[in-house]
Ligand binder design. Structure first.
Ligand code: HEC
Ligand code: HEC
Length: 299
């Protein structure tokens, strides 16, 4: 706030207060001063033959007004309100929020703290921990991964045994804390449409699905030159770069022949946002246990 606006606001506020105070005092009692009739209680104002009596505000009401003035003075001294004056207490929205967050953290940290000491595999069998994990999941993860963790188009299913980055407790925790960015390059311009179609047929053949034998043969060469580094020689994928297995029937995107061609042609870039600043270590630990538990019964 510039100096001018600062003083502008302070000035307006104070002038208003003084004016209101003056109005209150000035109307408290009208001097009647009727020397001829000292008993006269009217103000001398007459409207349509109706005389106005001098009835001051009830005392309690008047005192309540004075109390609000006292409150205003104390408030403006302690809290920000006058221009950019910060108030004696140094209160801000931010530090109030921080104090409340701290309070909540203290309240839950004991609970989370006890859980934090247990290994994830063990926590994944603790019903109380799972219940808290479920709630955290619903609030932070369900939007992308689905309420049951079953995934969506482009968002991996967390309940199966097929992992992009690995399904050990440690890897799951790493995925959640650090976030993940799957980078599948776009091959359309590099390979040309014919080779895109050929390599797609090769992927279908690797997965034991219907395919064109001639095209798949040509596609094998393309695959070995361009895809093996990430997806592996048999299409088994790599947890190191998050390259999906291409020979099972779990697909992150569309697994039809046309869908596979589309993934190859235009590339893919799934992004899992890092949670470590947002959720902190204890909650991530609990969420890891919850996610770990999801796939344990999967056959
Ligand atoms: C904005 C959407 C989004 C949100 C929110 C999100 N995720 Fe993800 N998550 C993804 C995507 C996309 C991937 C796959 C990344 C890739 O393709 O490389 C992923 C990957 C993962 C993986 C690795 C899966 C594997 O197969 O290796 C785990 C574990 C995971 N998320 C857990 C969570 C948890 C727990 C939360 C909540 C704290 C969460 N995610 C919130 C989008 C999201
Ligand atoms: C640099 C590593 C890398 C290379 C090279 C690469 N890919 Fe990928 N590919 C990925 C990653 C990572 C993903 C997952 C993208 C995501 O998480 O959004 C992926 C996804 C895919 C998918 C989608 C899978 C699904 O489940 O929906 C197909 C199909 C695919 N790649 C085929 C290929 C083919 C064919 C080649 C060679 C022409 C190739 N990739 C080369 C890393 C690579």
């Amino acid at each position: 706030m510039s100096t001018f606006w600062n003083f502008w606001i302070i000035g307006l506020t104070l002038i208003n207060l003084v004016l209101v105070f003056w109005v209150l005092m000035a109307n408290r009692k009208v001097a009647v001063n009727d020397e001829a009739d000292p008993e006269n209680k009217t103000t001398g104002h007459v409207y349509d033959g109706i005389e106005e009596y001098d009835n001051p505000l009830p005392k309690w009401w008047f005192q309540m007004f004075l109390a609000t003035f006292a409150f205003t003075a104390v408030y403006l001294l302690l809290y920000p309100g006058l221009g950019s004056y910060k108030g004696l207490l140094g209160w801000t929205q931010i530090n109030q929020l921080e104090r409340e967050e701290q309070k909540a953290d203290n309240r839950y940290s004991e609970l989370y703290g006890n859980f934090a000491e247990l290994p994830i595999e063990e926590l994944a069998e603790n019903p109380k921990a799972l219940k808290m994990g479920l709630r955290l999941f619903a609030n932070n993860c369900a939007l992308c991964h689905g309420a049951d963790g079953g995934g969506n188009y482009g968002f991996p299913d967390l309940t199966d045994k097929e992992w992009l980055y690995g399904g050990s407790a440690e890897k799951i925790k790493e995925s959640i804390a650090q976030g993940r960015n799957g980078q599948m390059p776009a091959w359309g311009d590099i390979l040309g449409e014919e080779n895109v179609a050929n390599v797609a047929e090769h992927i279908l053949s690797l997965g034991g699905r219907d395919h064109d034998v001639e095209q798949a043969k040509a596609g094998a060469t393309v695959y070995n030159q361009n895809c093996v580094a990430c997806h592996g020689s048999e299409g088994e994928g790599s947890h190191l770069v998050g390259a999906p297995n291409l020979v099972d029937d779990v697909w992150l995107y569309d697994g039809s022949a046309a869908g596979i061609r589309q993934s190859i042609r235009q590339g893919r870039a799934g992004a899992m946002p890092s949670q470590k600043d947002k959720l902190k270590a204890n909650k991530i630990h609990l969420l890891s246990a919850y996610v770990y538990s999801l796939s344990q019964d999967y056959e």
